[in-house]
Design a binder for this molecule. Structure first.
Ligand SMILES: [Zn+2]
Length: 473
């Protein structure tokens, strides 16, 4: 790109926030970032050696590990077993706080201790071995989200060690059971709201700073996420021998219903965060594509633009409610007409959608009273967060320190996190990735195989979060 074009683009970036930003609080003792990098990579490797695959979770071991590190640094740590009545023993939440003056409200750094199980057959290293090789820390949880938890931890430790004067308390929270039921976060919010009373902002997973072909695409701060609305469709019939077809076979009825659902095109719908995301990224495009992205509300009415937008699976998923047919069950024997056929459907709603009206549309579409619908997973609180905040400005500033031309935009997560649970308390919750991750690593590693994060990234993440927390004071 010619320098003058870049200069013009820079002018388009709102610089008012940067210009007005007050000087951030400085450390009173120097930080040895090189030493901290080694400590961080080792802490992450050790954390991943603790198998917290959920089920069964066994988060207590991870919590005790974090507690040990925090107590050596002089933190008072609480292990809260309030989720025990639901989850059983050994599945607590961890909580601690770095005190500020209290002049402003607190910021919470939140991660989940549990990870999804790893199928060791498809890994080239032991997923619970804490392997560091070729400049990468390998293990289940490297990206989702023990890596983020350790970046939070070491950033907070760096603030404490260096004596940065804080106006806001920094909370450090590690939850159990995010991957299955969100039970840990729910128990914390329901049983210990007093611990969160002064929290204005919360940072957790859900952001994405993707690298494609070696180039950072943007810093994506997640301000919204899709809502899961899983449905089970059941059709009852009369069991009999497959050699004598009857009208009471539930399978064809279910197939007809699924066919309608599978071919249904849900309407395109633009939410505010998504509109900003497309407007922001339009600067990286040229010609008509740039014009389409800059005015996405108009673009979704233009057939060619629609087609282009929908060809990207991520863009498609942030522009509409989605329906994926996933689990199917009929007979388990070829010559038996079953008594029942069921299908589970993974429906994901945009944040502002009314679940009852969507369900109304789908049941009318299927239009068959012999198909029974049951909600398997009801949507959490809608999640859409403001962006004109001190914390968002701090994230923009810390990001542009590192990549002066970087886009900092609002990314919508298509999956679900614990954020809606905290949002219920009025806390502004951002999904922030402390890493710049190659898109291929993300795709392969998260819930997949050979999950890894580079040591360079881990060091980057600690300093990035440290700066964000300083700038947000
Ligand atoms: Zn996660």
């Amino acid at each position: 790109m010619p320098p003058f074009v870049r200069a013009l683009l820079r002018l388009a970036v709102p610089t008012s926030l940067l210009a007005q930003a007050p000087a951030p609080p400085e450390p009173s003792r120097a930080i040895d970032w090189e030493k901290l990098r080694g400590e961080t990579a080792q802490a992450l490797a050790d954390y991943m050696k603790i198998n917290t695959a959920n089920p069964p979770g066994n988060e207590i071991e991870g919590a005790l590990f974090l507690k040990g590190i925090l107590e050596r640094e002089g933190f008072e740590v609480q292990i809260l077993d309030t989720a025990a009545s639901v989850l059983g023993p050994r599945r607590p939440n961890l909580y601690t706080r770095l005190k500020g003056s209290g002049a402003k409200k607190a910021i919470a750094l939140v991660h989940h201790i549990d990870v999804v199980p790893a199928d060791t057959r498809y890994w080239t290293v032991d997923p619970y071995g804490g392997v560091i090789k070729d400049g990468y820390v390998y293990g289940r949880g490297a990206l989702d989200m023990k890596g983020e938890g350790i970046a939070h931890l070491m950033a907070m430790i760096a603030l404490k060690r260096s004596g940065v004067p804080l106006t806001r308390d920094i909370l450090y929270i590690a939850n159990s059971d995010e991957e299955l039921g969100s039970t840990g976060a729910i128990a914390l919010v329901e049983h210990h709201p007093e611990l969160l009373r002064d929290v204005e902002f919360l940072i957790t997973e859900g952001g994405n700073n993707p690298i494609v072909d070696g180039k950072l695409q943007y810093y994506g701060v997640s301000v919204a996420e899709k809502r899961t609305f899983w449905q089970r469709l059941t059709v009852h019939g009369v069991p009999s021998h497959g050699s004598r077809p009857t009208k009471h076979n539930p399978v064809p009825k279910l197939v007809r219903a699924l066919n309608k659902l599978g071919s249904y095109e849900t309407p395109l719908h633009v939410t505010p965060g998504v509109e900003k995301y497309f407007r922001d990224i339009s600067r990286s495009y040229t010609g008509e594509q740039r014009a389409w992205l800059a005015n996405i509300r108009r673009a979704v009415t233009i057939p060619r633009a629609r087609q282009w937008l929908q060809s990207d699976v991520y863009w498609n998923a942030i522009l509409r409610n989605t329906i994926s047919l996933t689990v199917l069950q009929g007979s388990n024997k070829t010559n038996v007409i079953p008594a029942e056929a069921t299908a589970d459907v993974d429906i994901r709603l945009l944040p502002d959608q009314n679940p009852d009206s969507v369900l109304g549309v789908l049941t009318r579409l299927v239009n068959d009273t012999s198909v029974h619908w049951r909600t398997l997973l009801a949507p959490k609180t809608p999640l859409e967060n403001p962006v004109n905040t001190d914390l968002f400005s701090a994230i923009e500033r810390a990001s542009r320190d590192r990549d002066p031309d970087a886009l900092v935009t609002t990314y919508m997560l298509t999956a679900a996190t614990d954020r809606p649970t905290y949002r219920r308390l009025g806390i502004i919750t951002y999904g922030l990735s402390p890493f710049k991750v190659d898109a291929a690593d993300n795709q392969r590693g998260v819930h997949g195989n050979d999950e890894r994060v580079s040591v360079e990234n881990v060091a980057f993440g600690v300093k990035y979060v440290y700066d964000i927390l300083r700038y947000a004071q």
